[in-house]
Design a protein around this ligand. Structure first.
Ligand code: ADP
Ligand code: MG
Length: 594
């Protein structure tokens, strides 16, 4: 059942950003249309176009497809094709320049405010808040009114009103980056603040700047068009898309084409930029790539290659057979654990041991379909609880099993307990999840459970919040919650890793006692052979997502078959061992270094 081969996971070539962008059809279409528009606008001087500003009164308001005027003429007899292309060029230049200016100043404000904090931060951000306090199109109109109408002033106005978007976004990211260790390291190395800001912080903020630019440039083109439409931007005879629309407004009913054509152009241009911008954002944000920001499904996606038998006869409490789980990266599934098989009887303890990243947690979470999906997918295998394959169950049935027959204890109870509720209430809630009892009865049971897990003075500690307890007590609460519904199986994922050694020993004792008293099947996940030796009847050793060796703890400890197991065993120092220990671990480090 156990695959002993150690083939590395089939590595896929990562697709480049460009390929990812092209895989997004809408973004690719946006890029194509936008590229075409830019190309035509750039080539305007070379195209055989009539002068966009030459008026020709006798031929005013010609309809589209007229002779020599493909899209007709406007109210002064000017060729609409020519004005459209030149106008698009102006709209593009103004929109892109405004974006660049807003990005430059906005990002600078955000970087400095986020990095300096304190008074500088307050002053800069209050200035930004002031800008944000006005509806920005009104603010833009007010700025142009003060500076005087004209394209350049419209550009400044649009830039200024968009500064807050950049400043706020960039400040937020900078604040979270400035306290990271690599920034501290740079500070300790004696780099100046400016150097840190531009060589350490800026590169990490750059994707956010690009995303903000790509999602606002379309908007800014629209705002420029709006100002021109109102006569505050491009001044006659120069045309941009907004002023063309504005001037043709008077003939909306007699010659609708004169306003519809620039209107459609604005729509197509802004639409293509926004589609492209969304695509760029998705590509640059790794979380969006795997779909992790989608709402997770209540049960891991199950997409098994083979259909295992739905029932086993004479099965022990838990049988895992050929379980494989992977993560969907958008175009294929990267396996995380492969062909995991083990059995666990009533009252037994199986240790699942392996280094960090070997797939222990993914295995544990797969058993109850708890791996977050997307991106998690169970690709093969079966999990039999009481002889029944739980992965074949309907969603509601599987959810019903969680906590009732199989319960989890996690590594750090401070992160799994709710910080704002007293601990007893949280245990009571676990009771209520599967039992139709009153709130009072649930509370009484919670306090009884707190006694069971060895919390002294349970009555008075019941009202304590998680932060008021010690690490060991918190883990006891975690175990109490796991016991709330008398489960058959407890899966404990590194339950003692966050605790110091003496507390660790007591928590392990507690798990041992509970196992004996209640006949619990215990799957104990750890990276420490010392823990396995102390608690487990049998042990399964994981490496690179596979079980490489399993057997009775004593046998494995005495005669480990696999090199990796030997090394894990060698990592447990013995009391007062001194030199011997160093001699044994030194080769490991040397090996790791090569
Ligand atoms: P550990 O043995 O330390 O508990 P895990 O089971 O958490 O290791 O992780 C096993 C592997 O699965 C790791 O290589 C990890 O990178 C990968 N993995 C875990 N969660 C995710 C995820 N959400 N997306 C992609 N890969 C993941
Ligand atoms: Mg883990």
């Amino acid at each position: 059942m156990t695959d002993m081969s150690l083939t590395p996971p089939p590595s896929r070539k990562r697709r480049s950003n460009w390929q990812l962008l092209m895989a997004n059809r809408l973004a690719a279409a946006g890029l194509f249309i936008f590229g075409l528009i830019v190309l035509i606008a750039v080539l305007a001087p070379l195209l055989p176009l009539p002068d966009p500003n030459i008026t020709d009164q006798p031929n005013r308001l010609l309809p589209p497809l007229s002779e020599r005027h493909l899209l007709g003429t406007d109210h002064l007899g000017r060729d609409i094709v020519s004005r459209l292309i030149w106008g698009t060029q102006i709209s593009l230049i103004v929109g892109v320049s405004a974006t660049a200016l807003a990005a430059l100043f906005g990002s600078l404000i955000g970087l400095v405010a986020g990095y300096a904090r304190g008074a500088t931060d307050s002053i800069l951000m209050r200035f930004v808040d002031m800008l944000m306090a006005f509806p920005y199109i009104l603010l833009a109109i007010a700025i142009v009114a003060a500076l005087g109408p004209g394209l350049l002033n419209a550009l400044y106005a649009i830039s200024i009103v968009n500064i807050p978007f950049f400043a706020r976004n960039i400040r937020g990211v900078t604040v979270s980056i400035r306290n990271r260790e690599f920034v501290d390291a740079a500070r300790l190395s004696g780099k100046s603040h400016a150097a840190i800001l531009f060589t350490e912080v800026l590169p990490n903020v750059l994707p956010v700047i690009v995303i903000t630019m790509s999602t606002t440039v379309g908007w800014m083109i629209l705002e420029t068009a709006g100002l021109s439409f109102l006569g505050l931007g491009a001044q006659p005879p120069t045309a941009d898309l907004g002023s063309m629309l504005g001037q043709a407004r008077a003939q909306l009913f007699t010659a609708p084409h004169a306003s519809i054509i620039p209107g459609v152009m604005i729509f197509v241009l802004v639409m293509s930029i926004n589609l492209l911008g969304d695509g760029i954002r998705d590509v640059l944000d790794p979380r969006l790539r795997s779909g992790a920001l989608d709402r997770p499904m209540p049960v891991t996606r199950i997409d098994r290659r083979t259909t295992p038998p739905a029932k086993l006869t004479d099965a022990p409490a838990l049988v895992v057979d050929g379980l494989s789980t992977g993560f969907d990266t958008g175009d294929s599934i990267t396996p995380a654990v492969r062909d995991i098989s083990f059995r666990l009887g009533k009252g037994e303890c199986l240790g699942l041991i392996g280094e960090s990243g070997s797939g222990k947690s993914v295995t544990a979470l797969s058993l109850m379909g708890l791996v977050a999906s997307p991106p998690g997918v169970i690709t093969d295998g079966a999990v039999y609880i009481g002889g029944e394959d739980v992965l074949s169950l309907r969603e509601q049935q599987l959810i019903g099993l969680r906590g009732a027959r199989v319960a989890y204890v996690f590594q750090d109870p401070l992160t799994t307990l709710h910080p704002l509720f007293p601990v007893a209430e949280q245990i009571a809630e676990a009771v209520l999840a599967h039992n139709r009892v009153g709130k009072r009865a649930a509370m009484a049971r919670a306090i009884a459970l707190m006694n069971t897990v060895g919390i002294r003075d349970a009555e008075s500690r019941a009202k304590a919040y998680p932060h008021e307890l010690s690490g060991g007590q918190r883990q006891r609460i975690g175990i109490a919650m796991a016991l709330a519904n008398d489960p058959d199986i407890i899966i404990a994922d590194e339950p003692t890793t966050a605790l110091d050694v003496t507390v660790q020993a007591r928590i392990l004792e507690l798990l041992q006692d509970l196992r004996r008293e209640r006949g619990l099947a215990l799957l104990l996940i750890t990276h420490d052979f010392g823990v396995v030796a102390q608690v487990c009847d049998r042990v399964a050793v994981m490496k690179n997502g596979e079980i490489v060796e399993q057997g009775d703890t004593g046998t494995v400890l005495r005669a480990p078959q696999h090199d990796y197991t030997k090394r894990l065993i060698a990592c447990v120092p013995e009391l007062g061992e001194g030199h011997g220990f160093l001699d044994r671990v030194r080769p490991l480090f040397e090996e790791a270094r090569t």
